[in-house]
Design a protein around this ligand. Structure first.
Ligand SMILES: C[S@@+](CC[C@H](N)C(=O)[O-])C[C@H]1O[C@@H](n2cnc3c(N)ncnc32)[C@H](O)[C@@H]1O
Length: 405
């Protein structure tokens, strides 16, 4: 087992819950990552809640595919509650918006068949460190048929479903067998369960020396990431195939790439493999962070090709692929004034920090983390025009259904 470097608790990963930020955690072990990883919580400037407009836009562009998935779903008797689960929900408004879309669409389908819609239940699921408090505070008040007058009179924003949070990794079981009608997961499955150990082992050919991501790196490191992605996706599918009701469906969206070469990670590569990488190199060159410290940090993200994804679904064999495509999501940058280089720089640093700031802080501490993202902001400000033109994310969208046989 890898060490919690530098703090003398070799091999004691169960201590993680007691460690503070900046305790030099080398995140290669699956359990370690699961315990500390989350998007930046709260509602501050660098929080995920304030930096997820790009994901919201990209989700909008595939709403028609989500609706297609919901149309293929087999409806059961309206007497039975209809259950939706969003996996990797995080702590912003996107998950609430999507669950609302799903429930409204399914309600319409029941109404079109001349039925009253069933009662709905929605599970918001993410790793235990996710800021569920912020998410629950964002939930609109409950107003369901048969609820109190006050609830029913609630203004526009109300929800017509019972809500619950489910902590745990989606790479394992989360729900009882045959209990879920629809699974949704957006922008989450590209997060690996761990950095493959070989990537941080100095004697391994997959050692990712000098780099914090596989983009532009050596082929062995990229293949170790690919293998990890495929192992993880297989575990995800295995669990979901048990939890979905027969006739149920899943709609999955994650980062993807158009190149067959896994060392070319597309937009994610440009972000983590160049700009973010350069910011780490700045800290090393300035003597603020040791080279080895940088080398032991690796972003646990893999943008699969369509083929990488398809191979796993086909090998698992539980799901029919109703739709599978790679689509251009667009820029991860949402700015009000594209000519304002400082705003572009800030937006890039904040959005990067909102997704991987927690991992950076765990590795080098929050003070050095602050320094790193300041370097990233400066670099992004200097390359603002280029970033706006060239930084484009591609995603994979998959609509899968569980055979009714
Ligand atoms: C970029 S956020 C996506 C949030 C939201 N779905 C959206 O569309 O804005 C990715 C989420 O995936 C979650 N995640 C990553 N690995 C996970 C795992 N193994 N199990 C459950 N959630 C995970 C992260 O904690 C994070 O909240």
């Amino acid at each position: 087992m890898k060490s919690l470097a530098g703090n003398g608790v070799e091999g004691r990963f169960e201590w993680i819950g007691l460690l503070g930020v900046g305790d030099n955690i080398v995140v290669t072990n699956k359990r370690k990552l699961e315990r500390i990883f989350s998007m930046k919580g709260g509602k501050g400037e660098t929080s995920y809640a304030k930096n997820s407009q790009a994901q919201a836009r990209h989700a909008q562009s595939v709403l028609h595919l989500l609706e297609g998935t919901l149309d293929r779903l087999q409806l059961v008797s309206p007497e039975t509650p209809f259950v939706v689960a969003d996996l990797g929900c995080s702590c912003g408004g996107n998950t609430i918006y999507i669950v609302d879309v799903i429930i409204k669409h399914i309600s319409k389908r029941y109404e079109a068949l001349g039925h009253e819609p069933p009662e709905f239940s929605a599970f918001f699921s993410d790793l235990p460190s996710n800021d569920f408090n912020t998410l629950f505070q964002l939930l609109p008040p409950l107003a369901i048929h048969g609820g109190s007058m006050e609830e029913c009179l609630a203004a526009d924003g109300h929800r017509s479903y019972f809500a619950a949070g489910v902590p745990g990794s989606f790479y394992r079981r989360l729900f009882p067998a045959r209990s879920i009608d629809v699974f949704h997961s957006a922008f989450s499955l590209h997060w690996l369960s761990q950095v493959p150990e070989s990537v941080t082992e100095k004697r391994s050919t997959a050692y990712n020396k000098g780099r914090v991501f596989i983009h532009g790196g050596n082929e062995s490191s990229a293949l170790a990431y690919k293998k990890q992605f495929q192992t993880d996706l297989a575990a995800f599918l295995r669990s979901r195939s048990l939890e979905l009701k027969k006739g149920g469906s899943m709609f999955l969206v994650c980062l993807g790439r158009t190149s067959v070469d896994p060392t070319d990670q597309g937009g994610a590569g440009l972000l983590f493999g160049t700009h973010f990488q350069d910011a780490w190199n700045d800290l090393v060159q300035e003597g603020v962070v040791e080279g080895e410290k940088r080398d032991s940090f690796n972003i646990p993200v893999y943008a699969p090709s369509l083929q990488d994804f398809k191979e796993v679904v086909e090998a698992d064999g539980s799901f029919s692929i109703d739709h599978l495509q790679v689509f251009r999501g667009g820029s991860p940058l949402v700015v009000e004034q594209p000519d304002d280089a400082a705003e572009v720089g800030r937006a890039l640093a904040n959005s990067c920090r909102s997704v991987c700031g927690v991992l950076v802080d765990a590795h080098i501490g929050d003070k050095l983390g602050e320094e790193l993202f300041a370097r990233l902001e400066r670099r992004a400000t200097n390359h603002a025009k280029d970033l706006l033109e060239k930084l484009q994310f591609f995603h994979i969208a998959a609509s899968l259904s569980l055979d009714n046989s």
